[in-house]
Design a protein. Sequence first.
Length: 207
Amino acid sequence: MTDLDVTQFLAILALAGGWALHASRLYRRLDRSGRDPLTGLWARDGWTRRAQKIIARRPHAAVLLADLDGFKPVNDVHGHPAGDAVLAATGVRLTAWCGAHGVAGRLGGDEFVAVIEDDACLDDRLADLAELLRQPVEHQGVTLSVGASIGAARLADLPEPTLSAALGAADQAMYRVKGRTRRGRRLLLAPAFAALRSLPQRMRLAA
């Protein structure tokens, strides 16, 4: 190897090392911030901390869970970059829907979560969100469409007004909807969560 080759080789190593260091620092910052790198939403722990604060000071807060319908076919037919584009668009839309008085998060995969400070007009707001998430996403000349199953719980309606109870209620509500919804048109609130909890597990799953 000539002196020139050695110099070029060392330069490449230095460049690669610099990028590796930059990437390492970036991921550490993302980890500390609690942000999901794809959508920019809060990841589970970061969202939970902020949701707890909202619930502690806002007795009329509401929690929702949303699961994208038709997301797997997008990945299977158009590839994971297309799926990533749908997830990123969902993050932007959910953030806009929450506004300044709510917090959105991504639990993983195509599962999203949010808390808003005031549940006034919640039914209408959820309908708006379902319609928003149904809007097509353009990706490399292809139009991608998904729907969403959405379940929500008002803290004031729960026997135990905690984040854990609200998430459980919203989860039950969402799975009651899932499988019966088409393009996110049907929604379910969870004021009757106590009645749902009394049903046998197999009946709840079959609902």
